[in-house]
Design a protein around this ligand. Structure first.
Ligand code: ADP
Ligand code: ADP
Length: 237
């Protein structure tokens, strides 16, 4: 199994306080890896290392080696804007832009310099289909994304990430703010998406981890304490 991302000897400090204590982890391509552990153990902090979102927080010091397909993502040569497209992020609270559904998806495409309306239309549809929300929004593409339900907004946010062709999708408790039906829809969608993408999902929900993930990594107090195949780790006698 190819590892698309690796992180080695990961240490992270918020000011002088060490939040990640030095561990190694790798992520298999086209698999779902769940990061689980109690609140405050460093899951989100670690996730934000993988697309350099921590760069946006003051006083953060990160050491270690982080690679995407062998390339050092903290190298001075790294194009961080491009990295954040290749390693996209979906948050706990759905956060569509206050724009139409269509413009939420088209926004990133226009930034990429894609101008052809036909091409944009096609990517908008394809991304919304892959995120399993097309049928629910196709007649209202010009409607404000914020007018849709939380579950629909979250799938619009997933489509927005897909539109810019990520290799890896980071998800920080993407369903914990949603109702059970939306949760189930998103879980089904993620299992479909792993054919084309690698997914790393933070969850505090063990059942969710055991339902959808191939690999699970357990965090405790800023350390990775155990990781491996979900089937083996969750083995019930
Ligand atoms: P989890 O995602 O597992 O709930 P976090 O990564 O959010 O854990 O937090 C890990 C630790 O780092 C906690 O002690 C938290 O309070 C601290 N922390 C998180 N973000 C910041 C920040 N921006 N500044 C200072 N400390 C932070
Ligand atoms: P999570 O839902 O991942 O556990 P939290 O609710 O702990 O995250 O934190 C929400 C936001 O507050 C995050 O952006 C995190 O970086 C920031 N944060 C968390 N703990 C601290 C802290 N001790 N000091 C400053 N910012 C923090």
């Amino acid at each position: 199994m190819t590892q698309i991302m690796t992180a080695e000897n990961v240490h992270l400090y918020y000011g002088k306080k060490e939040a990640l204590h030095g561990f190694d982890i790798g992520f298999d391509e086209n698999q779902i890896t769940a990061l689980i552990g109690p609140s405050g153990c460093g899951k989100s902090t670690f996730l934000r290392c993988l697309n350099r979102m921590n760069d946006l927080i003051e006083n953060v010091t990160i050491t270690g080696s982080f690679k995407l397909q062998g390339e050092d993502i903290y190298s001075p040569r790294m194009d961080v804007v491009k990295l954040r497209k290749e390693v996209g992020m979906v948050f706990q609270q759905p956060n569509p832009f206050p724009l139409s559904v269509y413009d939420n998806i088209a926004f990133g495409l226009k930034l990429k310099g894609i101008k052809d309306k036909q091409v944009i239309d096609q990517i908008v549809e394809e991304s919304l289909r892959k995120a399993a929300v097309w049928d629910e929004v196709k007649d209202n593409l010009k409607k404000d994304a914020l007018a849709f339900s939380g579950g629909q907004q979250q799938r619009i946010c997933i489509a927005r990430v897909l539109a810019v062709q990520p290799k890896v999708i980071l998800m920080d408790e993407p369903t914990s703010a949603l109702d059970p039906v939306s949760n189930a829809k998103i879980e089904d969608t993620l299992v479909e998406l792993k054919k084309d993408y690698t997914i790393i999902i933070v969850t505090h929900n063990m059942q969710q981890a055991s339902r959808i993930s191939d690999n699970t990594a357990f965090f405790l107090n800023g350390d990775l304490i155990e990781s491996g195949k979900t089937k083996e780790l969750f083995l019930t006698p």
